[in-house]
Write a protein that binds this ligand. Structure first.
Ligand code: ATP
Ligand code: MG
Length: 734
């Protein structure tokens, strides 16, 4: 029994309230004897709950001081929640326990021992953008052209090495060609720059702590001795460095308690190693392996459907998962015409949910790629429903979107200083801080815009010849763009600007999932422009109106975390969470599973992601797909995701968008709620003349859908052929 300096915890107490709310298998896990333990169990079976209760059990039942416990969670939010639950179970506030993410915990250790870790006391953490800037500087010093040596690719490579605990000095040399040797050089120089300036990137935090433990016996032993119990949630997504660190830290007491699910390993692309689960039994001989099989989260229908999908993966460790809960209602599958139709449907469902008295934050909209959030955001703003993009930025706040908008803004207003500043050297074209300083000073002195200052400096030859060439290159580019895009529609114009500015190519050259997300966001912006329908203000041109609407949407800002608002997030961010109502959108081949996985034939991680998504739902799961989607200014027809076909038909209620094959509207969806107002066609007839506020007069040539989904195709004398949603278009019969 331990009681070092923590009176109150050393007296074993009644722990029935800790063990009683658990089933037999969970109780066995919570009260498992000391030594290494692996709890391997499917989604919603209570792994996180077991971890929480075990901590309380150790403290209350065994008198272990919280000071001697270390727990890791996947996010800080999860750590906060777990802390609160433990406090409730302990029936008292508690302090001294280390509970957080790997990054948070390792950072804390480095702050306590900077010198031993070879860092200055005031070392600074750099985020991913800062890291990129540093890499650029390294490339410049080595005289490497960014075109041949894309900085983001270098960044990806460096982080990969660090996640696998490989230092530049320990990389194999000799075999590689010039390219590889140079990569090593960039890595080595980057390490040196960071070391000299006392900078630490995210991957470094982990690696540096591991090395500290490996190299410094005294510190290692202090922590090994202190942390008598180490508990890890989401173990399937630990990377090599994290696992090695856990091994070192637990070497003395061997009380490493990990919970995980091989079917939910979704961060392989970021260096996570699901194999760590397999290695665990080997690395910790005699480990207690426990399984939990009862799911408490989802209805029978949701669970069976999710199990059926994941059963298509091979190489699983295999689990049985069952529930005593009710069958629940079928999974609703909505077959939308387009992404707008999909968003309207989802938001209509949300409204009906809220009208029934549910909280907004009990509903989550999940998607495969962040770019998909845009249409939902637009519809939620339009319908005035508060929402929060969880684990990311709102669409119009994302850096690549702001860059693109800055180019567009310069087309319509050369004197926009913040736009000028933002993109004058993006992609890099050799306009450095010094030149910018001169431009700023000139603008200030002469009281002119930066654009104007640039033009004057060019005329006066007030900057170095190199900077002069770069700056006039930029100004010519903008003027050329304006000329080339004159008279183009907004969608085409945006696409053209993204191409001509080099932004598309810039992000396409980068590597990794994040870079792909940026390209997708840019493509989504083209779709947004394409589908932009202006509001009143006739005095503005289309581009200015579009830019204003984007600025207004960005200006709304995130709702606060505590506010009751609908949760939007990527499937990855949803890991570990649960919601009574879950939507999974964009269930199409090429989107989910994504294109890359199809090309590489590596579908299993995508399928695990689908399993993670489906098992977030407690009462109702709704999945949707759009038959047609705007992608980079073109309409694509997409087949339904194979994952939908993997769900047995008897668990699915198909809802077809009205208009397809004459199918009826999704009335069934509004059982218990108020049916949507039926805007319908409102007096509009095929072949009749109508008037639109912006497009003028035209003839109705096609009609489909009904109620709020009613759409008409109109041939306008001036604006050509358009599809319009009746409930938004305000068409007047003439
Ligand atoms: P995931 O794999 O998604 O991380 P998990 O295995 O960690 O899931 P938990 O989040 O711990 O599962 O539990 C899922 C839900 O079931 C939670 O709402 C939890 O409170 C509830 N739950 C778990 N065990 C029990 C139990 N014995 N009695 C009642 N509810 C339970
Ligand atoms: Mg969990």
């Amino acid at each position: 029994m331990y009681a070092i300096g923590f009176p109150g915890y050393n007296q074993p107490m009644d722990i029935s309230h800790i063990l009683d709310p658990l089933n037999k298998a969970q109780r066995a896990a919570v009260a498992a004897p000391s030594g290494p333990s692996l709890v391997l169990a499917g989604a919603g079976s209570g792994k996180t709950r077991v971890l929480t209760h075990r901590i309380a059990y150790l403290v209350r039942g065994h008198g272990i001081s919280p000071h001697m416990i270390l727990g890791t969670t996947f996010t800080n939010k999860a750590a906060r929640e777990m802390h609160g639950r433990i406090e409730t179970l302990l029936q008292a506030p508690f302090h001294g326990m280390w509970l957080g993410t790997f990054h948070g915990l390792c950072h804390r250790i480095l702050r306590l021992h900077p010198e031993a870790a070879g860092l200055p006391e005031n070392f600074e953490i750099v985020d991913s953008d800062d890291q990129l800037r540093l890499i650029r500087r390294v490339l410049k010093n080595l005289d490497l052209d960014e075109k041949d040596w894309p900085p983001r690719q270098m960044q990806w490579m460096i982080n990969q090495h660090k996640d696998a605990s490989r230092r530049s000095a320990r990389l194999p040399s000799g075999h590689g060609g010039i390219w590889e040797k140079m990569l090593h050089r960039v890595y080595a120089d980057y390490e040196e720059v960071c070391q000299k300036s006392g900078l630490v990137d995210f991957a470094e935090i982990l690696l540096r702590t591991l090395e500290l433990f490996q190299n410094n016996q005294a510190i290692r032993e202090t922590y090994q001795q202190r942390f008598q119990h180490i508990l890890v949630d989401e173990f399937q997504d630990t990377n090599t460095v994290q696992y090695q660190w856990l091994q070192v830290l637990s070497a003395r007491h061997r009380n490493l308690f990990v919970v995980g699910d091989d079917d939910q390993s979704i961060y392989g692309w970021r260096g996570a190693k699901v194999e760590n689960i397999l290695s665990f039994e080997k690395d910790f001989p005699g480990a207690n392996v426990l399984r939990l099989e009862q799911n408490y989260r989802s209805t029978g229908t949701i669970l069976t459907a999710a199990n059926a999908v994941i059963a298509h993966n091979s190489g699983r460790l295999g689990k049985n998962l069952w529930t005593k809960g009710s069958e629940g209602s079928p999974i609703r599958l909505y077959d939308a015409h387009t992404e707008d139709d999909e968003a309207r449907f989802v938001v209509e469902q949300l409204r009906s949910w809220i009208r029934q008295g549910h909280r907004r934050d009990e509903a989550a909209v999940l998607y495969r790629s962040n770019a998909q959030s845009r249409v939902f955001e637009q519809e939620l703003v339009r319908q005035d429903i508060p929402y929060r993009v969880y684990g990311g930025l709102r669409f119009y706040e994302r850096a690549e979107i702001k860059n693109a908008l800055a180019y567009l803004r310069l087309l319509s207003n050369r004197d926009s200083n913040h736009s000028f500043e933002r993109v004058v050297n993006l992609p890099a074209r050799g306009i450095g801080d010094k030149t910018m300083g001169i431009i700023l000073e000139h603008a200030r002195l002469k009281q002119v815009s930066m654009w104007q200052a640039g033009a004057e400096l060019i005329a006066e030859r007030g900057i170095s010849p190199r900077a002069l060439a770069a700056l006039s290159g930029f100004q010519n580019l903008i003027m050329q763009m304006a000329e080339d895009t004159a008279g183009l529609g907004l969608g085409e114009l945006t696409g053209h600007v993204l191409k001509q500015s080099g932004l598309f190519a810039h992000h396409k050259n980068e590597r990794g999932e994040l870079a792909r997300g940026r390209v997708e966001n840019l493509q989504e912006l083209v779709s947004a422009a394409e589908n932009f329908v202006r509001e009143e203000n006739e005095t503005q041109d289309d581009l200015s109106a579009f830019l204003d609407s984007a600025a207004l949407q960005a200006g709304e800002g995130q709702s606060e975390e505590w506010e009751d608002c609908v949760q939007l997030m990527s499937l990855h961010s949803a890991k570990g969470l649960e919601f009574p109502l879950v939507f999974i959108c964009g269930m199409e081949e090429g989107r989910f599973p994504n294109q890359k996985s199809l090309e590489e034939g590596s579908l299993e991680e995508e399928r695990r992601l689908c399993y993670v998504g489906m098992t977030r739902a407690m009462q109702q799961l709704v999945m949707s797909r759009a038959r047609r989607r705007w992608q980079y200014g073109q309409s694509h027809v997409n087949p339904a995701s194979r994952f939908l076909a993997e769900i047995p038909g008897e668990y699915v209620e198909r809802i077809r968008s009205p208009g397809w094959d004459g199918a009826e509207s999704g009335e069934v969806l509004f059982r218990g709620g108020t049916p949507p107002q039926t805007a319908g066609f409102d007096g509009i007839r095929l072949g009749h003349q109508v008037r639109h506020r912006k497009f003028g007069a035209g003839t109705v040539v096609g009609m489909e859908g009904q109620g709020i989904h009613a759409r008409v195709q109109v041939h306008f004398a001036d604006a050509g052929m358009k599809w319009l949603i009746c409930s938004y278009a305000n068409l007047e019969p003439i």
